[in-house]
Each structure stands twice: as C-alpha cells, then as structure tokens.
Design a binder for this molecule. Structure first.
Ligand SMILES: Cc1cc2nc3c(=O)[nH]c(=O)nc-3n(C[C@H](O)[C@H](O)[C@H](O)COP(=O)(O)OP(=O)(O)OC[C@H]3O[C@@H](n4cnc5c(N)ncnc54)[C@H](O)[C@@H]3O)c2cc1C
Length: 384
C-alpha cells in the first residue's frame, strides 16, 4: 500500500504505546496512520518483558510513572476483561529475607499507599508461607492488585480497536525523517527493501519508537542531550524453570529492591513470574549495553539460581533454561537514580505537534492505555 496524504496523526511505532495512542486518537475522531518498521506489531519491548500488571509501588508519588501506572492498571484490567484478553490478578509478594529487609518493606508499603495503591498489607513469615509454601522468608508485602497478562494478545486487541475506529497500520515502513513544514509535519518513510522512500504530510506526529524514540526526536530537530532525552539501553535476561522441577507459584514473587534508588532506577531484582500456562520464569537482570541483541548466555544460570535461592531455596542451576531477553528504553544511566517517563508535546522545543514518548521502560506495558489517554489530552491542550 502506498502512502496517501491527509492523515491528522502519524504514530511511529506499533508497540503497546503507539497502538494505545493510535486507538485513543482514532476514538476521539482523528484520522490516524501507524508506521512500523518491522514485519509485525509488538516485536520489541512489547513482547520481551515480564508481562506483569504493576500495582504502582515503586515510583515517587506525583511522577508520571506513578500516576500513569495506577491509572493504566485500572484501565488495563477493564480493557482485558471487556475484550477477553487472557490475564490473571495473581497478587504479588515482595519478600524479605531478614529483619533489615522487613524495614525496607515498610518504606515500600508507605510509598505504595502514597501512590494510592489499594489493599497493600504486610504478612508475617507464617502467613507468607501459607500463601506460598515453597518460600523461606521473614515476611512479605502483599499487593493484591498485581497481575499478569498476555501482552501479544493485548497488542492485537489495541490494533483491532484502532482499526475499528478507522486507523491504518503499515508494516515494514521505517520513519527516517521528520521535518516541520508550514502547518504540520513531513514524514519520510523507507519501505522494508530499502529501495523506496516516500513522504507524507500530517498535522501531528506521535513518537512511540521505543529504543529508537530518542533518535526519532533528534531527527525531528530536538537537541536530545539538552532535553535529557538520550536513552541508555539496558538489557534484561530471563531463565525459565524446567517443568520437571515441579515448582509452581500462585503469586508473583519479588525480592526487596536492592535499595530505594535502585528501585527508582528500575532494578527490581530477579523475580519469579508465573505465566498464564502454569510455567515459571526468573528475571530480568539488568546490564547497560551499547548493542541491541536479544541472545541469552546460558552460563548466567548459576548467577540466577543463587539470586532466586534467597527466597526459593530449592531452585537449582541445572533446572534453569536460558529463555529470552528484552532491552529497556531507560533514561537513567548507571547509578543515576530516578528518571520519569517523557510523554511530552514539544512546542517548547520548537517542534509543535510532535509528541515524544521517550524512556518508556517498566511500567510502560501497565501504563500504556493511560499514556494513550495522556497523548490525546496533550493534543487537545488539556494537560501540559
Ligand atoms: C526486560 C523488560 C521487562 C519489562 N517488564 C515489564 C512489566 O512486567 N510490566 C510493565 O508494565 N512493563 C514492563 N516493561 C516495559 C514495557 O515492556 C515497555 O514499557 C513497553 O513495552 C513499551 O512499549 P513501546 O510501544 O513504547 O515500545 P516497543 O514495544 O519497543 O515498540 C516500539 C516500536 O517502534 C518501532 N520503531 C522504532 N523506530 C521506528 C521507526 N523509525 N519507524 C517505524 N517504527 C519504528 C519498533 O520496531 C517497535 O515496534 C519491561 C521492559 C523490559 C525491556
């Protein structure tokens, strides 16, 4: 299909953020074109994550991460329920291995409550073990609102909704240029073979390019260093537990984050995530990287097993199988502490009608519908 002129909005990127924004913009009456460089939707972060619906425990009160996670979670459960997308509200245990960690959990519960997360409570060692007999811990913070979902099916449901409202998706179309013209934007696109370049005009551009969102902002003429938009990709590996290990969990199980600043920077520790098919996966770890690659080194199994044994003492290295990896679109570099999501209309940076979604690491999947709402509100000038 060739490009036709006359779309109100071009959305760059068909991950959950781009698709949620497209669906919301189409619902509110705009004509929307989604451009995706890959051959399918949701092939980057959207399909390479823990698939956890976060409650909103970890983020500083008043931040976009806190607000969009909490709002997004509510919207997400309602969306998944209404459309029959597989999900389960399992609840989560953040487990403390000793007294010192119990004190850290008190701080985490206070932060979650400040963010308005419902139902949080502390459990003693015995009540934790009644819930999860395989755990050997000093106690836990219980978060009943946390859950899991099928992210691929969620992405498909977003696309279905966007298309039902009249949006168009073009796969194998990579945006390689964004230029501000009179009254709008000129978007230059290369098709998969690389031989064709086309361009089209639109009023507004939504940059939801994930790992490429900073370079897309730069292509639009924004000084990404001056604005603090340069991303620091950070890889996370996962290992799966062999079914023959016979261990099942009925909750998400997370260790206490290493320190408040590491939690704010997104390092939640290697956690245990049951999937919707009854399997169990451990991860992700966190390694800053220059190169985007999704391979998992099987030699890391020993390191994963010892991290997990702090709360699940029976797990052995030979029961772990290298599974998959994802790469976070982080704004905080090593040791830099908290950085918030950027979901921003860029008139101030000389780029009116450009909305940047940058640094959309976790909890971006949980927050995606709320990010879509915010994008639409920014375009209507209802929020800044
Ligand atoms: C290891 C890991 C674990 C995570 N766990 C969770 C979790 O449990 N819960 C949670 O809520 N969040 C989690 N997240 C975060 C969540 O996965 C992301 O926030 C979310 O998927 C971001 O979606 P996105 O649409 O912004 O990015 P993506 O899904 O990466 O989509 C960006 C899209 O843009 C396309 N694109 C890029 N450049 C161009 C271009 N020039 N032209 C056209 N298309 C382009 C890409 O091909 C891609 O499809 C995790 C992330 C990682 C990496």
């Amino acid at each position: 299909m060739g490009l036709s002129p006359g779309f109100d909005a071009v959305v760059v990127g068909a991950g959950v953020v781009g698709l949620a924004a497209a669906s919301e913009l189409a619902r509110t009456g705009r004509s929307v074109l989604i451009l995706e460089r890959r051959a399918g939707i949701g092939q980057e972060a959207t399909s390479r994550n823990s698939q956890v619906i976060h409650a909103g425990l970890y983020y500083p009160p008043g931040s976009l991460k806190a607000d969009l996670c909490c709002r997004g979670r509510e919207l997400l459960y309602a969306w998944l329920e209404a459309r029959g997308v597989p999900h389960r509200k399992l609840g989560k245990l953040v487990v403390a291995s000793d007294e010192a960690e119990l004190t850290k959990l008190e701080a985490l519960i206070a932060r979650g409550q400040a963010n308005g997360v419902p139902g949080l409570r502390m459990l003693g060692a015995r009540d934790t073990q009644i819930r999860e007999p395989a755990l050997a811990v000093a106690g836990a913070l219980y978060s009943p609102e946390s859950g899991i979902l099928d992210a691929a099916r969620f992405a498909l449901s977003l696309l279905a909704e966007a298309e039902a409202q009249g949006a168009t998706l073009l796969l194998n179309h990579e945006v390689i240029g964004l230029a501000r013209g009179s009254g709008g934007w000129q978007v230059v696109v290369r098709t998969a073979g690389g031989e064709d370049e086309e361009s089209l005009a639109c009023e507004v551009v939504i940059n939801a390019g994930g790992l490429a969102s900073d370079s897309l902002a730069q292509a639009a003429g924004i000084d990404i260093d001056a604005r603090g938009y340069r991303q620091r990709p950070c890889k996370g590996n996962y290992f799966a537990l062999q079914a023959s290990a016979g261990l099942r969990l009925s909750h998400l199980v997370y260790p206490v984050p290493p320190s408040p600043s590491e939690a704010e920077a997104g390092g939640l520790g290697i956690h245990a995530t049951p999937d919707l098919n009854g399997g169990l996966r451990f991860g992700p770890d966190a390694h800053y990287t220059e190169k985007i690659d999704f391979g998992v080194d099987p030699a890391a199994a020993g390191r994963f097993a010892s991290a997990v044994r702090r709360y699940l003492p029976e797990v052995r290295e030979d029961q772990l199988v290298a599974d998959f990896a994802g790469v976070r679109s982080k704004l905080a570099g090593p040791g830099e502490g908290f950085r918030d999501f950027v979901v921003q209309e860029e008139t101030d940076a000389g780029a009116p009608g450009l909305i940047n979604c940058i640094g959309i690491e976790s909890p971006g999947l949980t927050a995606s519908l709320a990010i879509g709402e915010r994008v639409a509100a920014l375009l209507q000038g209802r929020v800044r």
